[in-house]
Ligand binder design. Structure first.
Ligand SMILES: Cc1ncc(COP(=O)(O)O)c(C=O)c1O
Length: 370
């Protein structure tokens, strides 16, 4: 990363929450390290049974869909590893996966690494980054294998509507496509809890749906590398072949941390959301002071904002490099998130308020206030 070479950069580039893993999880792992003689050993490839059973119960509570811990749950080393496994399973060279544009850059890279082709499905910026369901059928070919959805979305913070998601589900089913639901920001929906809809709740889509949850963001456990997938039994069998051949199992110590996380009452989430909501207010307030530099749409969830660049610039990359070198502020060029991300930058507001303020003080000093 270029920003590592410059000292004292105010960074809004990393999507890494500033929070520590909650104490009750850390304490429980300390105890297990002292007392559990198996803690340093492999687990079963699909994960510890106790954790899979807790996951199945959590999923049933959240979606109303009953799943079997033995045939439909895999404990992953985070959603990146889960999605990577799925792409390996479903892609032959030249096959296609539909991804939102803008969308999560690692999905595109992983699809390409598997010899596949990411097919960009443009979100409607003019409609606050909503899905454009009408344009979806035109993107489907006989090579299309799956559609990837992230809601709340990275990098826009958009929560897709229930009606749109149900339409996407119906289109996927009619075309025999898989739906990969990558869900890192499930609980970070602020005042929009009622708007958030989980497509994994639809019984009629079960054969087409893989639901991926990660503990990285909502439990501040990004370094533990822990998540899970809920998937149809036949697909689990196939996924385990890749999972076992590449990872054997998710680190057992992280799975033990996951058991502690799910046994807890998740009260930390209230704190996370309160803090993040106030950081969101701050970044919006600071952005609104530089309307000649950025236009923005208020994010509904997650902790990203994806403003359009209004000052003169060549492209998002050139702008981000200039901002870094000349103002010592680091942001992610929007073009990394797909062609529609060009002329935007992504700012992550999961950092301390002092960092947000410092970054915007520098932006104001560099571009001037209007
Ligand atoms: C959409 C999306 N998927 C996956 C990840 C990574 O998740 P994990 O840490 O579980 O691999 C991120 C992290 O930024 C993300 O935004």
């Amino acid at each position: 990363m270029l920003s590592a070479k410059i000292e004292g950069v105010a960074s809004l580039a990393w999507g890494l929450p500033s929070f520590r893993t909650p104490e009750y999880i850390r304490d429980s792992v300390s105890k297990a390290l002292a007392n559990d003689s198996d803690i340093g050993k492999y687990a079963l490839p699909d994960g510890l049974k106790e954790l899979r059973e807790m996951v199945a119960e959590k999923h049933a509570q959240e979606t109303g869909v009953a799943v079997d811990a033995d045939t439909q749950v895999v404990i992953t080393a985070g959603n990146m590893q889960g999605l990577n496994t799925l792409f390996h399973v479903c892609l032959n060279p030249g096959d296609e996966i539909i991804v939102t544009d803008p969308g999560f850059a690692s999905h595109f890279q992983q699809i390409r690494l598997c010899g596949g082709k990411p097919v960009y499905w443009r979100l409607q910026e003019e409609n606050a980054w909503a899905l454009d369901v009408e344009s979806l059928p035109k993107l489907i070919t006989e090579r299309t294998k799956a559609i990837v959805l992230v809601t709340p979305s990275n990098p826009t913070g958009k929560i897709f509507s229930k009606a749109e998601l149900l339409q996407v589900g119906a289109i996927a089913k009619a075309n025999n496509l898989l739906l990969f639901l990558d869900d890192p920001y499930l609980y970070l929906t602020y005042e929009n809890k009622d708007k958030h809809f989980n497509l994994a709740s639809q019984n009629e889509l079960l054969d087409n749906t893989v639901y991926c949850f990660t503990f990285s963001k909502c439990y501040a456990m990004s370094g533990w590398r822990l998540g899970y997938m809920i998937l149809p039994p036949q697909l689990k069998k196939e996924a385990l072949k890749v999972h076992d051949a590449t990872l054997i199992c998710t680190p057992r110590i992280s799975q033990v941390a996951g058991i502690a996380a799910l046994k807890g009452d998740a009260t930390h989430l209230r704190t996370f959301e309160t803090v993040l909501a106030s950081r969101r207010e701050l970044i919006i307030q600071r952005l609104s002071r530089v309307p000649h530099v950025f236009d923005y749409i208020k994010p509904e969830g997650a902790y990203y904002i994806f403003p359009r660049i209004r000052v003169e610039h060549e492209n998002a990359r050139e702008f981000a490099i200039r901002l870094l070198n000349e103002a010592h502020v680091s942001v992610t060029p929007g073009s990394a998130f797909g062609p529609s991300g060009e002329h935007h930058v992504r700012m992550a507001f999961c950092v301390e308020e002092s960092v947000i303020n410092e970054a915007f003080d520098r932006i104001e000093a560099y571009f001037g206030r209007e």
